[in-house]
Design a protein around this ligand. Structure first.
Ligand code: NAG
Ligand code: NAG
Length: 336
């Protein structure tokens, strides 16, 4: 298995068209934007019948536990503890004011039975599923309209068991667009940290129409030939398949910091494409080392950019000129 291990720190000051994030101007540190809250109230998935034997379905346990968090509304929110073990489940929705905490050795495993993956509406800014017309499969772990959500722990694993989806994609038998491992929509104040993501059906982490999302200290794993298993996609991409999207729903992507990245055997250094009617601004790349590589030996693999501006500090290979403009060095001035 090809390892693309990185400790990444993203700070999305705004990726929503309708949220005013001007208040962020005073924020001193990026990680300080979203506090890592301590939750007094703690429950364990085993309190709800969860069985970590890798075989038992835990869908009901997750849904009931999260329903309980949503409706009891304990002061300061609730931590849902996942002990060591393999918890097989269908997809589930998170709720506000919760921490999903994976212990060391805990694995939340997605069912491979694609009949049990629910469909949801396409994104309004996209107009249809990205891969197939119509709706799209809901992400394995999903959040819509939430705030104050933390996914963390002791580097437990969220395993999408994506090979069934990759095979359908290869055999062109997909009926609808593949699910992401985690998607947050219309949400704010989210932290994802100290988790291992593995074998996502498609993109691993997709925050969209969100603000104040901090993603750090992750390991993301997938075989090199797995299709579209991107790590973090904050609102990509410009390839609209048709004109049935809402042009007023285009996200504003700005002040995204990508820091401390180490890549090996990476075929493409980076590809940052803004939307032609909504360019990405204030992008900061800092301390990034990406080593190219095919079996034929190391190869410099350039960045690709369009409709983007920002600054760069200690980046190798050196990024495209759009990301190194002197007027934008301020993009990297936020200390953290
Ligand atoms: C999960 O959220 C989606 C999208 O918000 C919704 O359509 C679906 O009914 C929810 N599922 C459950 C089990 O609550
Ligand atoms: C978890 O993984 C992250 C990223 O690799 C690392 O920085 C951190 O030290 C690890 N934490 C533990 C408790 O092993």
């Amino acid at each position: 298995m090809h390892r693309f291990v990185f400790s990444i720190f993203l700070c999305f000051a705004a990726i929503a068209p309708f949220l005013n994030c001007g208040v962020l101007a005073d924020v001193v540190t990026c990680s300080g934007i979203v506090p890592m809250r301590y939750r007094n109230d703690k429950i364990s998935i085993t309190d709800f019948g969860g069985v970590g034997d890798g075989v038992t379905m835990n869908t009901k346990a997750f849904r009931v536990a999260i329903y309980r968090i949503e409706h009891l509304r304990r002061r300061g929110g609730t931590l849902l503890y996942i002990p060591p073990g393999e918890y097989l489940t269908e997809s589930f929705n998170l709720t506000s004011h919760m921490t999903l905490y994976l212990a060391r050795g805990a694995v939340i495993k997605a069912t491979q039975d694609t009949r049990y993956w629910p469909l949801i509406a396409p994104l309004p800014s996209y107009g249809r599923g990205r891969e197939r017309p119509g709706g799209r499969y809901m992400s394995f772990i999903h959040g819509d309209g939430l705030h104050d959500v933390i996914i963390t722990g002791e580097n437990g694993t969220i395993d999408g068991q994506g090979s069934v989806w990759w095979n359908m994609w290869r055999q062109r038998t997909l009926q609808f667009t593949r699910p992401h491992l985690i998607e947050f929509m219309n949400s704010k104040n989210i932290i994802i940290s100290n988790v291992i993501f593995k074998n996502s059906p498609s993109w691993n982490i997709h925050p969209v129409y969100c603000s104040n999302v901090v993603i750090q200290y992750l390991t993301i794993l997938a075989p090199p030939d797995s299709p579209n298993t991107d790590g973090i996609d904050p609102g990509d991409v410009g390839d609209h398949p048709d004109d049935k999207f809402d042009p007023n729903a285009l996200p504003v992507v700005k002040d995204v910091t990508i820091k401390n990245v180490w890549g090996e055997k990476v075929q493409q250094a980076g590809s940052i494409h803004g939307l032609s009617n909504s360019p990405f601004t204030g992008i900061c790349l800092s301390n990034i080392n990406i080593h190219g590589g095919t079996t034929k030996g190391p190869r410099k693999t350039p960045w690709q950019c369009s409709d983007v501006s920002g600054g760069a500090v200690e980046v190798s290979p050196w990024p495209c000129s759009e990301l190194t403009s002197a007027s934008q060095t301020g993009a990297c001035s936020i200390p953290f």
